[in-house]
Ligand binder design. Structure first.
Ligand SMILES: [Mg+2]
Length: 347
């Protein structure tokens, strides 16, 4: 239906989007429609809270992806943070500032995208706020979750000798962003898959829970800013260094194809790309191989061993020809300059 938020008002809008927000009724005492949400957290578990603010033209371009993908991504980035703590996601709260020129159809698609991903992960959307904005669309999503304290994955537990693993391909999202920013049509299945990796990231909640429960993980983080930057956060808080085996990085055939076509280096894409939303984890060395085998059996996907924690305090990368170079904390930053800045999410 064509129209603007002003035509139906905030309460009319809430009525329209609330259906399908409550997907798991157990423990929910009050949902959308009271002054505050009320729900019960699992007994004996810590409450996790994460929040992410997306501003049009800073983090996304409204028309590049469409409302559905923007809704999926706005929720996915928060679910990814719960995954990185080893938690189970519980409830989401969605606040939006809506400019006058934003069609109601776009907002309904936005919520449809959020409800779709929320339902897939058993997450209730339990509230939020809607307000007018002068020019830009602003979206804030907050997500709660829970985890047993002794299982919680933190950033500061990595120790020299630990094995560094990641739960999925690196660099695909950055390649997809390049295609979008350069207005290059994704006219092959390979390029389309890269754009999809950027627009519709899959939060690795099952992987995070598995790693938390396996007892071998010493630290974890999700890859939002790129392997070098996010591993850098683990190294900084853990007071450690690392060596990454460039030849072991999980790089998709689609990424190799893209890099051949557009003259990019796939290892650079992985190190400095960002927004892959896979998990990086460190595992104690004695249990890493067995954990990787069991991970594959349990989830049907590989846990990629990509390096080792060291005591050097530096992040080093070893290439297959044996060369060793030190990476900046921000990775190789040449992607993140000027208008092509890595903070410009496209969904
Ligand atoms: Mg994070």
């Amino acid at each position: 239906m064509a129209g603007r938020l002003a035509d139906i008002g905030e309460f009319g809008f809430i009525e329209r989007i609330r259906r399908g927000c409550l997907v798991r009724k157990d423990g929910v005492v009050r949902a959308i429609g009271d002054d505050a949400a009320a729900f019960v957290s699992p007994a004996g578990e810590l409450t996790l809270v994460t929040t992410d603010l997306l501003v049009e033209r800073v983090h996304f371009l409204r028309d590049a992806a469409g409302g559905f993908a923007l809704g999926v991504k706005a929720l996915a980035v928060n679910l990814s943070d719960i995954a990185a703590m080893g938690g189970t996601a519980q409830a989401a709260f969605v606040s939006i500032g809506v400019p006058r020129d934003c069609p109601l159809d776009y907002l309904e698609e936005l919520y449809r995208g959020m409800r779709h991903l929320a339902a897939e992960h058993g997450v209730n959307i339990l509230g939020g706020d809607t307000t007018a904005s002068k020019t830009d669309l602003v979206i804030n999503v907050a997500v709660t979750g829970s985890v047993r304290e002794e299982e919680m994955l933190r950033r500061d537990g990595a120790r020299p000798g630990d094995v560094i693993c990641c739960t999925g391909n690196l660099g695909d999202s950055r390649a997809g962003l390049h295609l979008i920013l350069e207005n290059i049509p994704a006219d092959t299945p390979e390029l389309a898959a890269l754009v999809k990796a950027h627009l519709l990231p899959r939060p690795h909640l099952a992987e995070g829970r598995w790693l938390a429960a396996c007892g071998a993980a010493t630290a974890a983080i999700d890859v939002s800013d790129g392997l070098a930057a996010d591993l850098g956060h683990i190294l900084e808080t853990s007071g450690a260094g690392a060596v990454i085996d460039a030849g072991a990085l999980p790089l998709s055939e689609n990424l190799h194809d893209f890099c051949r076509r557009f003259g990019k280096d796939p290892v650079d894409m992985a190190l400095s790309g960002g927004e892959d939303y896979v998990l990086l984890a460190t595992l104690c060395a004695e249990r890493a191989r067995e954990a990787a085998d069991r991970f594959r059996q349990a989830l049907g996907r590989p846990l990629h061993v990509i390096g080792e924690i060291t005591g050097t305090g530096r992040l080093e990368v070893v290439t297959p020809d044996g060369r060793r170079r030190t990476a900046e904390a921000r990775g190789w930053d040449h992607f993140k300059t000027g208008a092509d800045h890595g903070d410009t999410r496209q969904a």
